[in-house]
Design a protein around this ligand. Sequence first.
Ligand code: UD1
Length: 417
Amino acid sequence: MDVIVVEGGARLKGQVTVSAAKNAVLPVIAACLLTGGECYLEDIPWLADVDTMCGVIAELGAEVDSSGGGLRVACRDLASWEPPYTYVRRMRASFLVLGPLLARLGRARISLPGGCAIGARPIDLHLKGMAALGAEIQVDGGSVVARARQLKGTRIYLDFPSVGATENIMMAAALAKGTTIIENAAGEPEIVDLANFINAMGGRITGAGTRVVKIEGVKELHGARHAVIPDRIEAGTFMVAAAATGGDVLVNNVIPNHLNAVTAKLAEAGAVLTEENGGIRVTADPPLRAIDIKTMPYPGFPTDMQAQFMAVLAVARGSSVITENVFENRFMHVNELKRMGANIVTEGHCAVVKGVPRLTGAKVAATDLRAGAALVIAGLIAEGVTEIGAVYHLDRGYANLVEKFRSLGANIRRETR
Ligand code: UD1
């Protein structure tokens, strides 16, 4: 079992380069199933979730080659319409192969993703979308079975701008007959990246990034080459860590617009952010000021940055109110932060964080990916040694996290126990 050991107190200094976005690369790999042509994805972040998605499409019959710097995928003949349960159980995003399988093979059978630590996370909107496109959907023995002779373009209104549902519907509709309009679609940068990839394959998608996405179905898509966007959540994590430690860090390979909510909130808390040579430089003189945060679909404040901000607000001057509007149970990190001395009270989907003078190192456990990142940040600012267990959560979404923090001067190491 691996643990991450952090000795607090070091100010982060230097430059760090962000990897390609996990949440962009996963749907893009799924979208490779839409064509028999060869696709090449540049700058892949080598993460556990990427391995899982590669495993899923390989089981479905794709040839996957990661021997170069990027990922070469060819899905000439799909051998199966059922990704194995072992993969789907491991990662909810496996469900993103539903749309491509339906579009390409006219059928799919996928286990229902189980309950997840950060909330029930149903898939009703994905299924509603597929049904609207003409698929017949049944739930049989814990799996969704979907069938369609020919998907047909239609208008779909999403009750909530779900990222995964928007992506699944976009992929299915790309090969449907006629035009599909998704209303109240998610507008995250990862949606735009997926649309750009599908368009590079010969698809016809417009409006991605806005609340209304239009997909004109085409008969066939071809192979394409694509460079995935940088990971705005990884960037945000380093920015918060820099501010929390009173450091001076230039975060490279970012698209500043994707980080507007994060930079606005860090600045409100007293950090100084400047755009420099295509990166964002963050300096701060802690303690930061308390601020209120409400998570929202993009361009609102990202739920995936909520835990990291909570860690730094735990030692801010004053009381902060954090409202989680995207997931119903995303405060698992609160108890771990409290074990380090934080003063946090939760009530429903609100958390009141009363800043304390200092956190102290403790043995804690990552409860999910971003909770793990929050504990690393808490460890960096705590007095003494923090030992973070359940590190596999961090491996799902941060490439070389320990090495990157070490290069910034953090006292952090990984140990196998
Ligand atoms: C994606 C991201 C995740 C991020 C989340 C919100 C990936 C691989 N993961 O997850 O990191 O935290 O967006 O920005 O890109 N919902 C339904 N019915 C559905 C689908 C979703 O009710 O059919 C609800 C969920 O329970 C949740 C909310 O909608 O409360 C947002 O979920 P969604 O946007 O779908 O998140 P994911 O695509 O799972």
